[in-house]
Design a binder for this molecule. Structure first.
Ligand SMILES: Cc1cc2nc3c(=O)[nH]c(=O)nc-3n(C[C@H](O)[C@H](O)[C@H](O)COP(=O)(O)O)c2cc1C
Length: 170
């Protein structure tokens, strides 16, 4: 199965996380690409996409994802599996924590993709998010919070990597 990590990142946090997740998944990951340099046609070359998206400007997509968002219209992602991870800041933006994941998933879901890698909300403190699923008990994907301790980030990456391997039969 071909797997690519596609991330958007303005200040480098999501890019860094993309490389750390790739290191955890090892040779399963064929490519790590910045969405800025990746067309929708190039995304469709992979069976599984691991999408990294920070939330910007009070609940908005990061600028490079915002560009691709419009271009995704009309493409067919059926048969593709998509996992999400997001960077956000629940302390400063508690009402919009990780909104970008929800915005992007809504788009890909409409194009026929299958969601993998949902993540429990336990251990996070926020008021509202567009990135919730399963009756509000889970995030669409793995959520990173700006001031998380390194140790916690490492633990989450490890656990999510194991979860993805199981869900995707990697
Ligand atoms: C102006 C501004 C607005 C932001 N808005 C949100 C937001 O609405 N929700 C959220 O969860 N995080 C928000 N953040 C936090 C960013 O998502 C966080 O800093 C993230 O790590 C940036 O990722 P990047 O370096 O990959 O671009 C915001 C940060 C800034 C500077």
């Amino acid at each position: 199965m071909s797997v690519a990590i596609i991330y958007g990142s303005t200040t480098g946090q999501t890019e860094d996380l993309a490389h750390r997740i790739a290191a955890e998944l090892g040779s399963e990951v064929e490519a790590i690409r910045d969405v800025y340099m990746t067309s929708v046609e190039q995304m469709l070359e992979y069976e599984t996409l691991i999408i990294g998206a920070p939330t910007w400007h009070h609940g908005q997509l990061q600028s490079d994802w915002a560009e691709r968002y419009d271009e995704l219209e009309g493409h067919d992602f059926s048969g593709r599996s998509i996992a999400f991870f997001g960077s956000g800041d629940a302390d400063r933006y508690p009402d919009n924590f990780q909104d970008a994941l929800g915005i992007l998933w809504q788009r890909f879901e409409g194009l026929g993709a299958r969601l993998v890698g949902t993540w429990p909300i336990e251990g996070y403190s926020f008021s509202d998010s567009q990135a919730l699923c399963e009756g509000g008990s889970k995030f669409i994907g793995l959520a990173f919070n700006k001031f998380d301790q390194e140790e916690l980030v490492n633990q989450r990456i490890k656990r999510w990597g194991q979860q993805l391997r199981q869900e995707l039969n990697l």
